[in-house]
Each structure stands twice: as structure tokens, then as C-alpha cells.
Write a protein that binds this ligand. Structure first.
Ligand SMILES: Cc1ncc(COP(=O)(O)O)c(C=O)c1O
Length: 387
């Protein structure tokens, strides 16, 4: 049976070239990057090479890259690190309703510890209003965290404009760029952000490794205490194979970025057009003009997203729903809920996320099987009426 993987926002297949780069660091070059002997030096120079590869991808300086265990840790380190370090200046954090749970749940915990958090709403397209953004900044705000490209609907926020406003107000600005790095050009200097999170496994790298960009001059408290690794910003023996993998991933991504938007964007458009034209009662969630090139989130009227996901899986197609499964009940996603509109439509949403490894033939396959599945499901759906 044909297999088509369209859940690349969840994770991506490892690039074999990345695996090749990592392999020696599991086997013969296994040294601890903090050791003084030659094994350690070899590991340390591999880590520093990776650091410059990551820095190069996002236009940072090498010393501004802190390796982490992934995007979740990078988000936690940014939020908690800034909030606690700058607590004497203020206790207010500004974020948005459509952020990833790595940001939202960290904010909830910080609230329990005495910080105040404001959550900006979004419009029907998923966009934050710059006026509301400006108004929400308080004298006591020390940190703003707004995601670059949304993981569920792909909408891109005006980070450059927001970061400029934050700088004027002397507030530190963090962006979660886990779903935009290696998909669209991301340059920290151009964006003007102070902190930025990225993760390797979303871009054909290994799981369990990521990085936090911390602009020179920005001080944060570490999440983990221990040795003086990562200039005392993140204690713990470095995951050398993972870090080398992230470095190689960044290097390959820089090359792949040249035609990512045109090539993967064309595949996404082909998929979306095929679905919208062939299946009535379908609608794209979120802005179509300001979004990443590799994603479309579509609601299928009168269909349960989970049921459609399972039917697609039987046909070899892997996607995800716009819903989160919490303790056995399917809740509409907080991102789609924030857009407003009917909860029932949100529960029928499917996220198709592509990568540079998808092909036109795969997209054609999905477009050929999907209409039949939806038709079959609607025939037994009491709520569906055409027109
Ligand atoms: C936007 C965003 N931020 C953070 C994360 C967490 O990254 P990781 O899986 O590396 O912890 C994800 C992954 O789902 C994500 O999509």
C-alpha cells in the first residue's frame, strides 16, 4: 500500500545525511565535550562547528546559541529565564491565545508563581492586531512571547513590527520559530528578536535536541543548575550526536531553503486546490495570504476529524486533526477556538503538513483517495446536507 506522510509539523523523517554525520559521535568519537583530553576536544570542536552551522542558518553569532533538548525546553528556558531574572523590574508577561502549549502552559505555571500573564486574542484569520499588541504592553511587562508561524494553521505573525515596538518599550521579545526555521527565511537580526526557539526534529533532524537563540547582552536565569556548560546558561553533559545532527540539519536546511517555498508551496497548493475543488463543504482555517508554505488546515463539514484521520490512515495517509485529545474526550483545538466560529467545524479540521521530502505523486494519491472517503463518511452522517 502507498504510504504518504503529511504530518511533518508533528515530526519529520531524519535526513540520512544527518544520520551519517551523527553516527561517529555514538561510536568512536564518543567523548564528553567538557573533557580536556583529545576525545573531549574532538567532541567539543564538533559541538562548536554545529553551533556555527545553527547560528549561520538564523543570522546569529555563535555565542548566542544555547543547545537545549528541543523546542519545549527552549520555550521554557526563554520564558522562565527572562521572567525570573528580570522579576525586580516587573512581573507581567504578554503572549497570545494561539501559542504552543510549551509557551501557554509555562505561562500558566508562572502565573501560579505570582507572575501576571496577558493573552492577546486573534482575529478570524488568526492574526494579532498590532494596535491591541501595543495597548497590552504595560510598564511592568518584562517579556513578550509571540510565535512566528503557527503549528496548527501556519499563520505568520508580524514579528518584525512587534519586536520593534517591544524594543521601543524596552521589553524583551521571544519568538517560537519551531515551525518557521528552515521553511521560510528566519534571520534574528532582521526580525529584531531577543530570543528565538527552534527544534531539530521538525526539520529532518534528530529528536530531543533544539536551540535557544539569546541575543548578546540579554541575561536569563538557567532552567537547569549544575556544571558551567553552555556558558552557564544550560547545565548538563552535551548531547553531542544530537547537536552534531542539528548542525548538519541546519546546514542542509540553508541549501534546501532556496526552493522550499516554491517547490513545497506548489505541492501544498495542489493539495489544497484538489480538496477544495473536489469536496464540497470544505474551508481553509486561518489566513491564506500570511502563512507558511508547507501547511494547510481544512475543515470538512459534518465529519469528525478523528474519524477522517483514521480512515486516511487505513489508506496509508498520515495527517493530524486540529483537535486535542484530553482524557478521552476530543476537544476542539485552542488555536481554532481562538479564531472563533462553530466548534463543530473546528472538530472537523485536518492539518496537512508537508516537507521537502514529499512528492507530486504522493499529493496526487491523497487527492484521489480523500474525496471518496469523505463522500462515504457523509453518506452515513445525519447532519450532512449538500448546499
Ligand atoms: C510551535 C512549536 N513550539 C514548540 C514545539 C515543541 O518542540 P519539541 O517537540 O522539540 O519539544 C512544537 C512541537 O510540536 C511546536 O510546534
Amino acid at each position: 500500500m502507498q504510504q504518504v506522510y503529511l504530518d511533518n509539523n508533528a515530526t519529520t523523517p531524519l535526513d540520512p545525511l544527518v544520520f551519517e554525520a551523527m553516527k561517529p559521535h555514538y561510536l568512536e568519537d564518543f567523548g564528553n565535550a567538557s573533557s580536556i583530553h583529545s576525545f573531549g576536544q574532538k567532541a567539543s570542536s564538533a559541538v562548536e562547528r554545529a553551533r556555527s552551522q545553527v547560528a549561520e542558518l538564523i543570522g546569529a553569532r555563535t555565542r548566542e546559541i544555547v543547545f537545549t533538548s528541543g523546542g519545549t525546553e527552549a520555550d521554557n528556558a526563554a520564558l522562565r529565564g527572562v521572567a525570573t531574572h528580570h522579576r525586580s523590574r516587573g512581573n507581567h508577561i504578554l503572549t497570545a491565545a494561539t501559542e504552543h502549549s510549551a509557551v501557554l502552559h509555562t505561562c500558566e505555571q508562572l502565573e501560579r508563581e505570582g507572575f501576571r500573564v496577558s493573552c492577546l486574542p486573534v482575529d478570524r484569520e488568526g492574526m494579532i492586531s498590532l494596535d491591541q499588541f501595543k495597548e497590552a504592553i504595560e510598564d511592568k511587562t518584562t517579556l513578550i512571547s509571540i510565535m512566528h508561524g503557527n503549528n496548527e494553521i501556519g499563520v505568520i505573525q508580524p514579528i518584525k513590527e512587534m519586536a520593534a515596538i517591544a524594543r521601543e518599550r524596552e521589553v524583551l521579545f521571544h519568538t517560537d520559530a519551531v515551525q518557521t526555521v528552515a521553511k521560510i527565511p528566519v534571520n534574528v537580526a532582521e526580525l529584531g528578536v531577543d530570543l528565538l526557539s527552534l527544534s531539530a526534529h521538525k526539520i529532518h533532524g534528530p529528536k530531543g535536541v533544539g536551540a535557544l537563540y539569546v541575543r548578546s547582552g540579554v541575561s536569563i536565569d538557567p532552567l537547569l543548575y549544575g556544571g558551567s556548560h553552555e556558558r552557564s546558561r544550560r547545565a548538563g553533559t552535551l548531547n553531542v550526536p544530537g547537536i552534531v545532527g542539528l548542525g548538519r540539519t541546519a546546514e542542509l536546511a540553508k541549501e534546501a531553503l532556496k526552493d522550499f517555498s516554491t517547490r513545497v508551496g506548489a505541492l501544498r497548493d495542489r493539495l489544497e486546490k484538489g480538496i477544495l475543488e473536489q469536496i464540497p463543504g470544505t474551508v481553509v482555517n486561518g489566513s491564506k495570504s500570511r502563512r507558511v508554505p508547507h501547511l494547510t488546515n481544512i475543515s470538512f463539514r459534518s465529519i469528525e476529524g478523528e474519524a477522517l484521520l483514521i480512515s486516511l490512515d487505513f489508506e496509508g495517509v498520515a495527517v493530524s486533526t486540529g483537535s486535542a485529545c484530553a482524557s478521552g474526550t476530543v476537544e476542539p483545538s485552542h488555536v481554532l477556538t481562538a479564531l472563533g466560529g462553530k466548534p463543530q467545524l473546528h472538530k472537523s479540521a485536518i492539518r496537512f503538513s508537508l516537507s521537502r521530502m514529499n512528492t507530486e505523486q504522493e499529493i496526487n494519491y491523497v487527492v484521489s483517495v480523500l474525496p471518496k472517503i469523505v463522500k462515504r463518511m457523509r453518506e452515513v452522517s445525519p447532519s450532512y446536507r449538500v448546499g
